[in-house]
Design a protein around this ligand. Structure first.
Ligand SMILES: [Cu+2]
Length: 345
């Protein structure tokens, strides 16, 4: 029986741990907890996705905010120039598992709607930041896979109001095949203060901004460290981040606002969430609205399928791609550890 359990762990584990999600976010150093997919714990400004798997396909509605993303209960205060820190997580408490491909950050105004209620299907996104390879040829994402966080300073002339910050990892380890790219969008709800007046000079829509054949999405030369990478989604807007950088891993896990126990939201919507949380998380009286988590978009396409063995199906190995075996052995080590723990009962 133990051997059956062991074998089933081997069969299941890679697909469980080979993906991830935006685990928590900080605004000017104040951390906000995010929920683990399918394990709602409390109000967050991060829109909760229903699976750690990737969004697949450039026409997928889930490119907006991630797989069947829910509207989030909190809208947290920020200002032009605020430093926003993103901490990605892998499944099962692991670090982010992928190391190939860019990080891109977009924003969209929620207009006259509270961002806690905003439907992003008509949103006009402007790109504020993009990073690909570092000067040493390794991807920024390589550092994310080692636990680093990523900082973006918001545009200086951002006009006040509610915005979604769409921070996205593109995992391109399978991008040598058309349709192989894995998209991991995330949306964080913020209320921008100050008195800026900037307007973006160009906006894009999601889906729409990407095509499966874009050179930065389908890229047969992705493992050639000398190859030039072409970012998808157009150029960075005039409203651009004032800086970006890798940061130290978040120390510990941020806690959820207290006294706001809420039922787990269901993708079909309807279950109330976070009512009474409006005073939580705010430090400037900005609107932190509680909302019922009706589905952010009507789509619930199966983007999580197909990536099951994503990190194991690599087409070829190259000198610039030496993290994968290590990642795999880490998974195996974990499995072995589990099996050992089980057998000691
Ligand atoms: Cu993955």
């Amino acid at each position: 029986m133990l051997s059956i359990l062991f074998l089933s762990l081997i069969a299941v584990a890679p697909s469980v741990f080979a993906h991830g999600f935006l685990g928590q976010v900080a605004i000017d150093g104040k951390w906000y907890a995010g929920n683990v997919p399918n394990n709602y714990k409390g109000p967050s400004p991060i829109r909760l996705v229903n699976d750690i798997g990737p969004v697949k396909g450039s026409s997928n509605d889930d490119l907006m905010c991630g797989l069947s993303a829910q509207k989030a209960a909190m809208v947290v205060p920020a200002n032009p120039g605020s430093k926003v820190t993103f901490q990605w997580s892998g499944g099962g408490g692991q670090k982010w598992p992928h190391n190939t491909g860019p990080l891109m950050t977009y924003m969209a105004s929620c207009g006259s709607t509270s961002c806690g209620q905003f439907d992003p299907s008509g949103a006009q996104w402007f790109k504020i930041d993009e990073v690909g390879r570092k000067s040493d040829g390794n991807w920024y994402q390589m550092d994310i896979s080692k636990g680093a966080s990523f900082d973006v300073s918001l545009p200086q002339d951002l006009a006040p109001g509610g915005y979604l910050i769409r921070h996205e990892i593109l995992a391109l380890h399978l991008a040598v095949s058309m349709g192989g790219a894995e998209f991991y969008p995330s949306c964080t709800q913020v209320q921008i203060g100050g008195n800026g007046s900037g307007k973006p000079n160009a906006t894009v829509s999601f889906p729409g901004a990407y095509s499966d054949s874009d050179p930065g999405i389908y890229d047969p030369t992705i493992y050639d460290s000398g190859s030039q990478y072409t970012f998808p989604g157009g150029p960075v807007s005039n409203l651009a981040a004032t800086s970006d950088s890798l940061g130290a891993p978040a120390s510990g896990s941020a806690s959820f606002p207290s006294g706001t126990a809420a039922p787990s939201p269901s993708p079909s919507g309807g279950s109330g969430s976070g009512s009474g949380s409006s005073s939580s998380g705010g430090n400037g009286g900005s609107s932190s609205s509680a909302t019922s988590p009706t589905s952010a978009s009507s789509s619930s396409s199966g983007g999580s399928q197909g990536g099951g063995s994503c990190s194991l199906k690599r087409k070829k190995s190259s000198p610039g791609n030496n993290n994968h075996p290590r990642h795999y052995s880490r998974i195996m080590k974990r499995i072995m550890h589990h099996a050992t723990a089980v057998s000691s009962f």
